[in-house]
Design a protein around this ligand. Structure first.
Ligand SMILES: [Zn+2]
Length: 189
């Protein structure tokens, strides 16, 4: 992903120039500042285009290899108080998920949107639900009921998949006795 690094470096350069050329409040923006601003916007646009392209290719590979595609339903959080980087990451993820849903449907795959509630609090092995949600900084999921330990995101993805495989769209629709034998050919994002 050399282009990603290159884009980030180009953007950083343009933003440094903007900071340097910025005059105090009440002054109109200088020519140099406006030029740097245009450049920064161009780099960001290019990065977004590249992400869309990468996402399309990735989604195609995933759809080819699986008959069931489970996608954690997402709400864009653009209105919340998140950082620019966070917003950009959310937008990139949303783009890739949209691509996956579209391509999956076009290819006639079973596409299931799963509600995000409890996905990070539920054990993907025994489906016991933790009493408290995992803190955002907590990267490891540990089940108190069965002792299962897994990377937080991987456990959540398996929960999403397990929900879809049982024909549901939410963790709270699944009862703890609703077990399925593990099967291949399905993927959760
Ligand atoms: Zn468990």
């Amino acid at each position: 992903h050399g282009h990603r690094k290159r884009c980030a470096a180009e953007l950083a350069r343009a933003q440094r120039t903007m900071a340097r050329r910025r005059r105090g409040k009440g002054h109109p923006p200088s020519k140099g500042y406006r030029r740097a601003r245009t450049q920064a916007a161009k780099v960001q646009k290019k990065a977004a285009r590249q992400n869309r392209h990468d996402g399309r290719i990735w989604a195609g590979t995933v759809v080819d290899a699986h008959h069931l595609v489970a996608v954690e339903d997402f709400k864009p959080r653009f209105l919340s108080k998140s950082t620019m980087a966070r917003k950009a990451a959310d937008a990139a993820i949303a783009t890739v998920k949209r691509e996956l849903i579209e391509q999956g449907r076009r290819a006639g795959r079973k596409v299931v949107l799963v509600r995000p509630a409890y996905t990070t609090m539920t054990c993907s092995r025994c489906f016991a639900r933790a009493k408290q949600p995992l803190g955002l900084e907590e990267r490891i999921f540990r089940c108190r009921a069965c002792g299962h330990t897994a990377c937080r995101d991987r456990n959540a993805a398996r929960v999403v998949l397990a929900v879809a495989e049982r024909g549901h769209t939410g963790v709270d629709d699944v009862s703890q006795t609703d077990h399925l034998p593990p099967g291949g050919g399905a993927v959760a994002v």
